[in-house]
Design a protein around this ligand. Structure first.
Ligand code: GDP
Length: 495
């Protein structure tokens, strides 16, 4: 008799059954292209040690594993010495790929590294495909898919903070977070399967409330995880910030302050910053993509009109908007018009700049201007505005003296990373993962509706399996080779 707690349609793990076997020994240069102090050639596969041994001479071979051994690379054609190298050998399964693996550190001359690879190829190795070392690590069960993807993120990280998030995922933080929910789902499936298979044997069928409760307890943490994706995406891709305002309010100056260098053209003539300028800065580890926009005003000038159109596109596409106003000039109808247009677009901060000059905008006025009822009552408000009754934050700055800049950065960061999302463990940074969590949630939602309608358990199970498969695809238990192809093709050779 089948174990009633093992679901009958439980998916078979694909990893070890994959046709991508590692009979071959692969070789690649693992260090970036170009000249350097050291360049590393990596071999992995059953003949790694043998092939390395045929091109490198060392005082003893095979070298002691996981120890640096001095060796010499001689040109097999002439027998002449080409380089003095350091060899480190790893025996399966105690290596990155879980196969026999050899790393040969040469001096980083591209011609030398290419020739060493060529010599290994002549000895029967095959050139590695992009990401193939990590793919083998995955296929050999050394890491799951989230960890393999974390390798890529770690290599691509541009800030230490990004590296830290990727390193945590490399440690399996996301998988660890998902495992209990997958387990709970599996148990629910098992209970329902048992209820169906043994209905005649009087095995009690779970009651509907219990099923609904079980579903809710799985959905809630997944929903929290999905909600944190926006922050995860920002950590991974950076936050895009559009700086908007009437001409001459100090947008370019603020932009430069945020970048800490002079990039945008600063001038006292209105309307001169015609082009969008995109630059990257690093805000406490989060890459910031700043978009300085052309001054917005009604204009007859064609070039400037193009700038204004581009401005609105950039504004709509950004994660956060800064509306810069000139505090020394006062709150103008132009500022009010811009506020009205920006409010429906999402996260917004109002920056009252030029605070070093006598102020004609008071905090009280800003409270009045940003109060939801004032905003809703504003002329031309329309239903879109009413749909987003959020109050924009206000910051007081002087781009000239730097006053208020730390506060501005803090507020930007706060918008990018709401306190609730700040835990780095199990942060969802990857679009693929996010879509799969959404798929899983959608299936759980369907199951919940089905439970409410008390449809037959077999129908409910279909949705539960969909939900489980989506989660499995994150870590890789049921991943098809198509998905593997997509993921590993984004790696570079030698990783
Ligand atoms: P944009 O047209 O909005 O990009 O404005 P700019 O950054 O080009 O600045 C317009 C003028 O205002 C320049 O002369 C700046 O030096 C000046 N300016 C910008 N920010 C400040 C500020 O905080 N205080 C003062 N006093 N002048 C500023």
């Amino acid at each position: 008799m089948e174990d009633p707690l093992v679901p009958s349609a439980c998916p078979a793990p694909l990893a070890t059954a994959s046709g991508l076997g590692s009979e071959d020994t692969i070789v690649a240069i693992a260090t970036p292209p170009g000249r350097g102090g050291v360049g590393v050639v990596r071999l992995s596969g059953p003949r790694a040690l043998e092939i390395a041994g045929s091109v490198i001479r060392a005082s003893h071979w095979p070298p002691q594993t996981q120890r640096a051994t001095l060796g010499f690379f001689h040109d097999p054609a002439s027998g002449r010495l080409l380089d003095e190298v350091i060899v480190v050998a790893f025996r399966a399964p105690h290596s990155y790929t879980a196969e026999d693996l050899v790393e040969i550190s040469c001096h980083g001359a591209p011609v030398l590294l290419a020739y060493l690879v060529e010599c290994c190829l002549k000895q029967g190795a095959r050139p590695a495909e992009p990401g193939e070392f990590t793919l083998r690590a995955f296929l050999n069960g050394r890491m799951d898919l989230t960890q393999a993807e974390a390798v890529r993120d770690l290599i691509e990280s541009r800030t230490l903070y990004q590296a830290r998030v990727a390193a945590q995922q490399l440690q399996g933080s996301l998988s660890a977070l998902l495992t209990p929910h997958k387990q709970a789902l599996l148990e629910l499936i098992a209970r329902l399967e048992a209820g169906i298979d043994f209905a005649e044997d009087d095995v009690p069928v779970s009651d509907w409330e219990e099923i609904a409760r079980g579903l809710d307890s799985i959905r809630a943490p997944l929903e929290r995880l999905a909600a944190g994706y926006e922050y995860g995406r920002i950590v991974r891709e950076g936050l895009s910030l559009a700086i908007v305002g009437r001409p001459n309010v100090g947008k370019s100056s603020l932009f430069n302050r945020l970048l800490n260098e002079e990039r945008a053209i600063v001038t006292a003539t209105p309307g001169t910053t015609r082009d969008l300028i995109t630059e990257s800065a690093n805000l406490d580890g989060i890459p910031l993509r700043l978009v300085d926009t052309a001054g917005i005003r009604h204009t007859q000038d064609e070039a400037e009109a193009i700038g204004v159109r581009k401005t609105f596109q950039a504004i709509a596409d950004s994660d956060l908007r800064l509306l810069v106003v000139d505090a020394s000039e006062g709150w103008t109808p132009g500022d009010a018009e811009l506020l009205e247009r920006l409010l429906p677009l999402g996260a917004l901060l109002i920056v009252c700049n030029k605070c070093d000059l006598p102020r004609r905008i008071t905090p009280e006025l800003m409270v009045q201007v940003t109060a939801p009822e004032a905003v809703l009552g504003a002329e031309g408000g329309g239903p879109d505005v009413a749909a987003t009754p959020r109050t924009p934050g206000v910051v007081w700055t002087s781009a000239l003296t730097g006053e208020g800049l730390p506060e501005l950065k803090r507020k930007v960061r706060e918008v990018a990373a709401p306190a609730a999302c700040l835990g780095e463990g199990g942060l969802l940074t990857n679009l693929r993962h996010h879509q799969l969590i959404q798929d899983s949630l959608a299936a759980l939602g369907r199951a919940r509706t089905a439970a409410e309608k008390r449809v037959h358990h077999e129908m409910l199970l279909l949705d539960l399996y969909d939900a489980l498969h989506a989660l499995d695809n994150i870590t890789g238990a049921t991943t098809t080779e198509d998905i593997l192809g997509v993921i590993f093709s984004t790696f570079c050779v030698g990783k």
